[in-house]
Design a protein around this ligand. Sequence first.
Ligand SMILES: [Ca+2]
Length: 98
Amino acid sequence: MKKAVSAVILMCGFAIASAPQFGPYSWIEADGGRIDVGWYGAPCVVDWDGDDLKDLVLGQFTSGKIRFYANSGSNDSPVFTTYSFIQSDGTDISVPSG
Ligand SMILES: [Ca+2]
């Protein structure tokens, strides 16, 4: 009986879950140009500064530093200009890379 209940729950999970839908890609830009951090950028969209606008946090492979692009637009139409490095105690955070 336990196996049957588990199977039904598992099947419901598959029935409810839907596959993600993706549109065509677009470049993420800042100051009118493509953002380029080299390889393995690892972008993350999050409201980093707590102003209810989703920002861009982006690692860069070569230095291991983490860029923060504040969103000055809206959540539907984000606008990024320049960036700053995320710091801790006044020092840029650096994540080992390579
Ligand atoms: Ca924000």
